[in-house]
Ligand binder design. Structure first.
Ligand code: LLP
Length: 428
C-alpha cells in the first residue's frame, strides 16, 4: 500500500501532498505515483544485487507502466528496460533511454519492430520462436550487424502467487520448451548464425509470486540445462535472465516477500546450482514490473451515485472504473481503498465500489468498509501503479485519466488527461 499520511486538513497525503490539493489541481480520476517509492524499490534491487557480488542487470518491465517520465526515472536509477512492442520501444527511445540497456521481448515481433530495434542498436533481443531466429538473423545479416540474443525457454516451472507447479510438458505461447528438446535445437541453430552472439537464456515463471520455491526450481532446471548444452554443444553462456514476477501487497491478505529477500533467494540459488555444475557464475538479469511500481500508485476518484438495495447491498459509484483499472473485472483482483478526505473516520458502512461503465462487471471493490459516503467524497484506491494505466482503454469513450508524479511535496503531470478531442482525433 502506498505511504499515505494525513495532513492538517484531515486529507490523506501522498509524497507530502494532500489528496484534496491534488484533486483540486488536477481533477479526477487521477493516478498518483509516489516517485520516491519507485526510486526506493529500484535501490532495493540494486543494493541486494550489489550485496550478492554477482554481476547483474535489473530491467524494469515497462509493460507495468510506461511513459516518457517513467523512462527517464528508470534511466536515472540505472535500470535496464524490458520492452515488448514497437510502442514501448518508441517511448523509450523518444525519452532518450540508452539503447544498449534495452531488451526486446515478445512472442511475435514483427519485421518492422525488429528493424526498428536493429536500427536503434538495442542491447539484446530475447528470441522467442523459430521464425524470429531466422527473421532476425536475416535482417541482421542484410545490415551486417551483430546482435546479442537471449533464448527464451520454458523450464517447466510455473508459479502463481502461492503455488508453483512443475509440469513435464509445457503449454505456453512463449519460448522454447526444454523438455521436448526445442530449446536445445534453437540454441544449436543460434550458435551457427554468424551475426548472432548468444548471451544466454531467459525464463519467466509467472507473476505476483509470493514464494522463493518456484525461482529456485527454475534456476536448478536452467543451470542443469546450461550444463548439458556445454557438454553437448560446447557452448558456455554468460547470462541468465530469470524474468520478473515478484509479488506486491494489494490488500492485507497479500504477504509478499521483501524485495531483498527475493533477490537473495535468486542469487543464492544461482551460486548453489552453478557451483554444483562447476559452471562459471553467470550474470543474473531480472525483470521486475509490478514490484517496481504497483504500491507506488494510488488512484483518486470522486464518489457519485449511491444505490442502496435494502438487506442486499449498497453500491457506491465512482467516476472511473474498468477503463482505468480493468484488473478486478479481468482477474477478480482485490484492492483496498479509503475515503481520502476523511481517512480516520470510523468505517461503519459496508459498500461495493462500482465503476461508471455500461457493464455490470465494472466493479472495482466488493464489500469494503467505509465511513458513510456522500456525493463528492474522494476515494483513494491503493496499489494501482502496475497494469492499471498501462491496460487502460477508452471503452464507452471515456478519456484516460491524468497521471502525476509526487515527491517531497512537489507534483507534476507526467501524462495529461485525455480530452474529448483526443477521442475523436483519429476518426474520419
Ligand atoms: N518479464 C516477462 C517476460 C513478463 O512476461 C513479465 C510479465 C514480466 C517480466 C514482469 O512481471 P511482473 O514483475 O510485473 O510480475 N496484466 C497482468 C500481469 C501480466 C504480466 C505479464 N508478464 C496483471 O495485471 O496482473
Amino acid at each position: 500500500m502506498s505511504t499515505v499520511d494525513v495532513n492538517v486538513q484531515g486529507d490523506l497525503t501522498i509524497g507530502g501532498i494532500g489528496t484534496g490539493d491534488l484533486v483540486e489541481r488536477y481533477g479526477t480520476p487521477l493516478m498518483v505515483y509516489d516517485e520516491g517509492m519507485i526510486r526506493g524499490n529500484a535501490k532495493l534491487f540494486r543494493d541486494a544485487f550489489n550485496e550478492s557480488g554477482l554481476k547483474y542487470q535489473v530491467a524494469y518491465a515497462s509493460k507495468a507502466f510506461l511513459c516518457k517520465e517513467m523512462v527517464r526515472l528508470a534511466e536515472q536509477e540505472n535500470l535496464s528496460l524490458d520492452v515488448v512492442s514497437g510502442g514501448e520501444l518508441y517511448t523509450a527511445l523518444e525519452a532518450g533511454f540508452p539503447a544498449a540497456r534495452i531488451h526486446f521481448h515478445g512472442n511475435n515481433k514483427s519485421e518492422d519492430e525488429l528493424l526498428m530495434a536493429l536500427e536503434a542498436e538495442i542491447g539484446c533481443f530475447v528470441v522467442d520462436s523459430f521464425l524470429e531466429l531466422e527473421l532476425l538473423h536475416d535482417l541482421a545479416k542484410e545490415r551486417e550487424q551483430e546482435v546479442q540474443i537471449l533464448i527464451r525457454v520454458t523450464p517447466g516451472v510455473e508459479a502463481h502467487t502461492h503455488e508453483y507447479i512443475t509440469t513435464g510438458q509445457e503449454d505456453s505461447k512463449f519460448g522454447f520448451s526444454i523438455s521436448n528438446g526445442q530449446a536445445a535445437t534453437a540454441i544449436g541453430l543460434a550458435i551457427r548464425k554468424p551475426y548472432f552472439s548468444l548471451l544466454g537464456l531467459h525464463s519467466h515463471i509467472g507473476s505476483q509470486i509470493f514464494e522463493q520455491e518456484g525461482f529456485d526450481q527454475a534456476i536448478r532446471v536452467l543451470s542443469d540445462f546450461m550444463q548439458r548444452i556445454r557438454i553437448d554443444l560446447d557452448v558456455m553462456m554468460p547470462v541468465l535472465n530469470i524474468g520478473g514476477g515478484f509479488g506486491v501487497r494489494y490488500t492485507e491478505e497479500d504477504q509478499p516477500l521483501p524485495i531483498p529477500t527475493y533477490v537473495k533467494g535468486i542469487t543464492d540459488s544461482v551460486k548453489t546450482y552453478f557451483a554444483k555444475n562447476e559452471y562459471p557464475l553467470p550474470e543474473v538479469w531480472v525483470e521486475p514490473g509490478r514490484s517496481m511500481v504497483a504500491e507506488a500508485g494510488t488512484t483518486l476518484y470522486k464518489v457519485g451515485s449511491k444505490k442502496i438495495i435494502p438487506d442486499v447491498r449498497t453500491y457506491v459509484a465512482i467516476d472511473g472504473g474498468m477503463t482505468d483499472n480493468i484488473r478486478p473485472a479481468l482477474y477478480q483482483a482485490k484492492y483496498h481503498a479509503v475515503l481520502a478526505n476523511r481517512p480516520n473516520e470510523e468505517c461503519t458502512e459496508l459498500v461495493s465500489i462500482a465503476g461508471k461503465c455500461c457493464e455490470s462487471g465494472d466493479m472495482l471493490i466488493w464489500d469494503l468498509m467505509l465511513p458513510p459516503t456522500n456525493y463528492g467524497d474522494i476515494l483513494a484506491v491503493f496499489s494501482t501503479g502496475a497494469y492499471g494505466y498501462s491496460m487502460a482503454s477508452n471503452y464507452n469513450r471515456i478519456p484516460r485519466p491524468a497521471v502525476v508524479f509526487v515527491d517531497n511535496g512537489e507534483s507534476r503531470v507526467v501524462i495529461e488527461r485525455e480530452t474529448y478531442e483526443d477521442l475523436v482525433r483519429k476518426d474520419r
